[in-house]
Design a protein around this ligand. Structure first.
Ligand code: HEM
Ligand SMILES: *[C@@H]1O[C@H](CO)[C@@H](O)[C@H](O)[C@H]1NC(C)=O
Ligand SMILES: *[C@@H]1O[C@H](CO)[C@@H](O)[C@H](O)[C@H]1NC(C)=O
Length: 326
């Protein structure tokens, strides 16, 4: 069958229009962005993460949290990596972040393999995925093509959710990033790996909200356990698993702990005590399908987080080193 030349012209016009609207809207991240320009990007990042996590398992949660803190402030643009006195990295909510040296190591190798091509923001996104996989989570494909930002200000970190934010504030902070309550519950499931310093929750154990007693959300049997890990007046830098009994293993056990009053930080405990989020926690409870549901939904939520306010195309730059703009 022959297509008439009028039809051909029509098809051509539609294609042109589609191209222009895409350009006008800005480019999107996509899987395989570096296929032609840096085909080894994923294996280079993965081996840097693997080496680091093998020698120190605490690096995996560090890299996962780094991605969240990067993406939440100015989009995932590696603004978290900039060194300086008043940058995001220097702000209190980021003071305990770990794994920066892994990003630098991967970047150094990438600059040898394909100079000036791979953004630091994409390295952070890949390293977060690889950390989840290394701790037993399900793999997802990471859309790439982010550009590195030029701005990093300590004051912007006030928009990060805090451990003692009310649920309304947490929900609002996520909504400001285009993330709903279900995304919130799914993403905070990242707390299935890693630890928190006593400094960030010991107020719940002894004199919560001026009651001279503990936070009633804490399980009675769990309380002595937490108190012995964080004695009143003890070492505030001591670190305690966020997912008791499963700190190095990625899975839905975190939600089981929430249901059992074994959330460690206040914001986690509220995911269960607040009815707006409890129903999403319930979806992830149980063995078999619910557990597997969390693992697959986590990857989807991470991709969504990774596309909020993202810079692509000609925005920003590709940094030469991740700790400073060019
Ligand atoms: C309401 C939102 C959130 C709040 C209030 C929150 C708060 C916290 C706090 C207070 C800590 C302990 C930090 C420390 O003592 O070093 C922590 C650790 C952590 N967070 Fe979150 N977080 C939130 C969401 C997320 C999300 C969305 C992710 C990832 C997708 C994430 C991943 C982590 C990880 C992996 C750790 C452990 C870090 C380590 O062991 O070094 N968090 N979070
Ligand atoms: C949360 O804790 C910080 C200190 O760590 C305090 O300055 C702030 O007022 C607290 N916020 C709420 C909502 O209680
Ligand atoms: C703290 O105490 C105040 C006053 O008693 C009360 O209104 C508030 O709901 C309490 N907050 C929490 C988180 O329990």
């Amino acid at each position: 069958m022959k297509i008439s030349s009028l039809n051909k012209t029509c098809i051509l016009l539609v294609l042109l229009l589609a191209t222009f609207t895409t350009l006008a809207r800005g480019q999107r991240t996509r899987v395989g962005f570096y296929r032609a320009t840096c085909p080894r990007v994923e294996s280079i990042v993965q081996s840097a993460v693997q080496t680091a996590v093998q020698s120190n398992p605490a690096i995996a949660p560090g890299l996962l949290r780094m991605y969240f803190h990067d993406c939440f402030i100015n989009g995932c643009d590696a603004s978290i990596l900039i060194d300086g006195p008043a940058t995001e990295k220097a702000a209190p909510p980021n003071s305990l972040l770990r794994g920066f040296e892994v990003i630098d190591a991967a970047k150094a190798q990438l600059e040898t393999a394909c100079p000036g091509v791979v953004s630091c923001a994409d390295i952070v996104a890949l390293a977060a995925r690889d950390s989840v996989v290394l701790t037993g989570g399900r793999r997802w494909q990471v859309p790439l093509g982010r550009r590195d930002g030029l701005v990093s200000q300590a004051s912007d970190t006030a928009n990060l959710p805090a451990f003692n934010d009310s649920m309304s504030v947490q929900i609002r902070k996520f909504a400001d990033k285009g993330l709903n309550s279900q995304d919130l519950v799914t993403l905070v499931g990242g707390h299935t790996i890693g630890t928190a310093a006593c400094a960030l929750f010991s107020y719940r154990l002894y004199n919560f909200n001026n009651t001279n007693g503990p936070d009633p959300d804490i399980n009675q049997a769990f309380l002595p356990q937490l108190r012995s890990l964080c004695p009143n007046g003890g070492d505030l830098f001591r670190r305690v698993a966020l997912d008791t009994g499963s700190v190095n293993s990625f899975g839905n056990s975190f939600y089981e702990n929430l249901r059992n009053g074994r959330g460690v930080i206040e914001s986690d405990a509220k995911l269960w005590s607040d009815r707006r989020t409890r129903r999403f926690v319930q979806r992830f409870l149980g063995r078999g399908q619910p557990g597997s549901r969390f693992n697959s939904e986590f990857g989807r939520a991470m991709v969504k987080l990774g596309n909020t306010e993202v810079k692509t195309g000609r925005q920003g730059q590709i940094r030469r080193v991740c700790t400073a703009t060019n």
